[in-house]
Design a protein around this ligand. Structure first.
Ligand SMILES: [Zn+2]
Length: 193
C-alpha cells in the first residue's frame, strides 16, 4: 500500500470523484463506502454528493477524508459515524478526517448524484437548458452564472421552468423552497455554492 507520511500536506482534488474501478488503489474500501448515504438525502451516497474525497493509507493507518457541504453542517458527525460503521462491519478500521479546505462546492456532485436528486424531487443545483427536450439533462452553471438571480430552476416533477422561490430556506439551510406554477407542487432546490 502507498504510504503518505505527510497527510496534512495532501491536496484534495477539487471536482467530482468518479466511482473507483477494480484496478484502482483502495477499490475495496471505496466500494464499501458506496453504501454510505447522505444522512439528509438518503438516495445519494457521500461520493455522489462530493463529500467523500480521499481514501489513503498513512503511517498511522487508513484514513477517509470527507469535506462537509458547509461548515457546521449538523449531519457531519452522523456521516463520520456512518463511514466508520460501514467499514468496521467489513472488518476495516479507519479514521475519518474532516477537511474544510478547499471548501465543498456543488460542482463536486457527480452527474449521477444530480440525477438522483432530481428523481427524488429535489431540483439539483443550477439546472441549465430551457425545460424542453433537455429536461433530463442536468448541468451545473458556472459560479458566475450561479450568482444570477434570474436563473431558472426547473420543476423536478414536471420539468416546467415556471417556478418561483417561496422561501430561501427549505427543509435544511442547504435548500430553498420552491413552488411549481405549472403542476403546483412545492419542491426543494439545492442551492449552488
Ligand atoms: Zn411542476
Amino acid at each position: 500500500m502507498q504510504v503518505d507520511a505527510t497527510p496534512s500536506l495532501l491536496r484534495l482534488p477539487d471536482g467530482p470523484i468518479a466511482k473507483k474501478q477494480p484496478n484502482e488503489p483502495f477499490y475495496a474500501i471505496w466500494n464499501l463506502l458506496e453504501s454510505v448515504a447522505d444522512p439528509e438525502i438518503p438516495v445519494v451516497n457521500l461520493r455522489e454528493m462530493g463529500i467523500l474525497r480521499v481514501v489513503r493509507q498513512t503511517a498511522t493507518g487508513l484514513e477517509v477524508v470527507i469535506t462537509p457541504t458547509y461548515s457546521g453542517c449538523p449531519a457531519m458527525s452522523q456521516m463520520e459515524d456512518d463511514v466508520v460503521n460501514a467499514l468496521s462491519q467489513a472488518g476495516v478500521a479507519a479514521r475519518v478526517l474532516t477537511q474544510i479546505a478547499p471548501a465543498w462546492s456543488t460542482d463536486w456532485m457527480t452527474a449521477e448524484g444530480r440525477e438522483k436528486l432530481r428523481a427524488y424531487g429535489i431540483a439539483p443545483p443550477h439546472p441549465s437548458g430551457c425545460g424542453t427536450a433537455a429536461a433530463n439533462v442536468i448541468q451545473f452553471a458556472s459560479k458566475k452564472v450561479a450568482a444570477d438571480a434570474t436563473m431558472t430552476v426547473l420543476c423536478p416533477q414536471c420539468g416546467s421552468e415556471n417556478t418561483t422561490e417561496t422561501s430561501h430556506f427549505g427543509s435544511t439551510a442547504c435548500k430553498a423552497l420552491y413552488r411549481c406554477l405549472s403542476c403546483l407542487e412545492p419542491f426543494d432546490y439545492f442551492k449552488p455554492y
